[in-house]
Design a protein around this ligand. Structure first.
Ligand SMILES: [Zn+2]
Length: 118
C-alpha cells in the first residue's frame, strides 16, 4: 500500500522548515520519495503481469467462444470465415472475398451484443 499522505507530510515539513531545512532533512525526504517510487514501480509491475495474464486469458476465451466468423459475400454469395482476431476494435472491417475478390465492408459494431433473445 502506497502511503502518499506520509510523503506529503514530509514535503510539508520541508516547506515549513524553509531556509532552515538541513541537508539531512532534505535527504530524508528524498529517501522517502525514492522509497515510494520504488513501491509504485513494484505495484505497476505486478499490475502489468496481471493485465498481461488477463489479456492472454481473454484472447483464448474469445477464440474458444467465437473462433472464426462466417461471412457471406454479397457479390457471389459464397460463405467463408475469417479469424475473430482480424476484427478491429472499431468493429469495421474490409474483407476480400477469396472467390470473386470483391472487397466489401462489414460492420461488427453490434457484434457480440446480440443473442440475448429468449
Ligand atoms: Zn465473392
Amino acid at each position: 500500500m502506497i502511503d502518499m499522505s506520509s510523503l506529503m507530510d514530509k514535503l510539508d515539513l520541508l516547506k515549513s522548515l524553509g531556509d532552515s531545512a538541513t541537508l539531512s532533512d532534505i535527504v530524508r525526504a528524498l529517501e522517502a520519495i525514492a522509497e515510494e517510487i520504488n513501491s509504485i514501480k513494484l505495484t505497476l509491475n505486478n499490475l502489468k503481469e496481471r493485465v498481461d495474464a488477463i489479456d492472454s486469458d481473454l484472447s483464448s476465451l474469445e477464440n474458444a467462444v467465437y473462433g472464426e466468423i462466417e461471412i457471406e459475400c454479397p457479390t457471389c454469395s459464397i460463405t467463408f470465415t475469417i479469424p475473430v482476431e482480424e476484427v478491429p476494435e472499431s468493429g469495421i472491417l474490409d474483407v476480400e472475398c477469396p472467390n470473386c475478390h470483391n472487397i466489401f465492408t462489414i460492420n461488427f459494431e453490434n457484434w457480440g451484443q446480440e443473442g440475448t433473445d429468449d
